[in-house]
Design a protein around this ligand. Structure first.
Ligand code: A3P
Length: 314
């Protein structure tokens, strides 16, 4: 690992007052520990054909996607009164490829739990995910809210106050592509290109804003895609609505575990307060942060980057 890191471009983020350094590994920026996790996963992870990968860039709706997928696949065993989601934060319910290889191995051995989450771009996924033809769900979100969500998360992570971490500096670096798992648009493009090659039966794109607008339809789409479709009986008896309600921002963010608990609490060096994953969940919070100039700049960039796609990130 040491030898690899010696050769990688690195960048210390100015907005972080030098508290965060990112490395560029195979075209994408990231923290050292997550690149190490990615390399280990690339070298050792053996996907099973039944695995379903929940993929995303940070701050695009990962927590919500994990909660919904977990609730969908465990609904025969648990309901909205007994679900582990009521006492365990969604990130602790679905193992993360870059960090939880042992847990995923255990799941492969002991159960038929198929969910594996990752923030890796498609081009960095372990080879076996591709050779086993695993299904992939990819969630994405409009770029401006992603910048703002990242900003608020990152400054808490490095323990800075808003006054001490100028948003303009964060925006400039994000715009240059320097963010965790960034450039964000290139991350999306890796999955978009793969979906064109592999077809919609293997890669499902979900958009955060669509999920907010019509959660029930998107949840039905998700359940069908991952192979756990709702029966007519379930539709009639309100099973979908119960899942939607249980996984809603209002419900999850008000649970004791998500207000006061910690993610990865067994390791104080990397544990993160759960509340950081539940901020506002609003569309358009960017309007409280962006100048007109920033808006024009990033909109123009999205036009350029996504010209060949049908994706709308503005
Ligand atoms: P905001 O920072 O805009 O509030 P991720 O899960 O990928 O880290 O993304 C975090 C974003 O999703 C945050 O956005 C967070 O508030 C929002 N979020 C978390 N849980 C959610 C839920 N159940 N429904 C909708 N949005 C949710």
């Amino acid at each position: 690992m040491e030898d690899i890191f010696k050769t990688l471009p690195q960048h210390t983020c100015s907005w972080s007052k030098d508290r965060m350094t990112l490395f560029k590994y195979q075209e994408f920026w990231n923290l050292q520990e997550l690149i190490e996790g990615a390399i280990l996963a690339q070298q050792t992870f053996k996907a099973q054909p039944s695995d379903v990968l929940l993929c995303s860039c940070p701050k695009t709706g990962t927590t919500w996607l994990k909660a919904l997928s977990f609730a969908i696949i465990t609904r025969q065993k648990f309901n909205e009164f007994t679900s582990p989601l009521l006492t365990t934060m969604p990130h602790d319910c679905v193992p993360f490829l870059e960090k939880d290889l042992e847990k995923i191995k255990e799941n492969h051995k002991n159960s038929c739990f198929p969910l594996v989450a990752t923030h890796l771009p498609y081009t960095l996924l372990p080879e076996s995910v591709i050779t086993e033809n695993c299904k992939i769900v990819y969630v994405y979100r409009n770029v401006k809210d992603v910048v703002v969500s990242n900003y608020n998360f990152m400054i808490e992570l490095v323990k800075l106050r808003v006054e001490d971490a100028p948003f303009e500096e964060f925006f400039d670096e994000f715009y240059q592509g320097v963010s965790c798992y960034g450039p964000y648009w290139d991350h999306i493009l890796t999955y978009w290109k793969a979906s064109k090659e592999r077809g919609p039966s293997r890669i499902l794109f979900l958009k955060y804003e669509d999920m907010k607008r019509d959660t029930t339809s998107e949840v039905k789409k998700l359940a069908e895609f991952i192979g756990y479709p709702f029966s007519v009986e379930e539709e009639k008896t309100g099973v979908i609505e119960n899942i939607v309600k249980m996984c809603s921002f209002d419900n999850l963010s008000n649970l004791e575990v998500n207000k006061n608990g910690k993610h990865r609490s067994d390791d104080p060096t990397i544990s993160i307060e759960n509340r950081l994953y539940f901020r506002k969940a609003e569309d358009g919070d960017w309007k409280n942060y962006f100048t007109d100039e920033m808006k024009d700049k990033i909109d123009k960039l999205m036009d350029q980057k996504l010209i060949e796609t049908d994706l709308v990130l503005k």
